[in-house]
Design a protein. Structure first.
Length: 131
């Protein structure tokens, strides 16, 4: 990949990583830190629901951070190979990388790997992947 393109993608990854890190652990309810102490029977279900939502957000954030770290490592280890599809060795289009700098497959290979699963729903997923 061209140095200029690499630089843009690296900056994009680093900026996104900083943004995710700055969020810290997503609390259940930052406006009411003592909510747990004062929780009575009625509030319990709501608190549990908030915790589920917060932990799901955290998981997604951790997953994105993991992909960003992996992309930065690949970029540092082998800048010339960065942006080539792992399956077909063709360059992944830059517009796809600009949206998903951690992508390791081009759209056709990504679709092939995902496979035609459970008919009807597949189309929607492919639309989402097809940047
Ligand atoms: Zn490919």
């Amino acid at each position: 990949m061209e140095d200029d393109d690499l630089k843009i993608l690296r900056e994009r990854l680093q900026a996104r990583r900083a943004e995710l890190m700055a969020q810290g652990d997503i609390g259940v309810d930052p406006n009411r830190p003592s909510a747990v102490e004062h929780a009575d029977e009625d509030e319990q279900p709501l608190n549990e629901m908030n915790q589920v939502i917060a932990s799901k957000r955290n998981r997604m954030r951790v997953e994105e951070l993991r992909k960003i770290e992996a992309a930065l490592e690949r970029m540092a280890a082998d800048p010339e190979e960065f942006g080539l599809c792992l399956d077909c060795d063709e360059p992944i289009p830059l517009r796809r990388l600009e949206l998903m700098p951690w992508a390791t497959l081009c759209v056709p290979c990504q679709s092939k790997r995902s496979g035609p699963r459970r008919d009807g729903r597949r189309r929607h997923l492919r639309d989402f992947d097809d940047f």
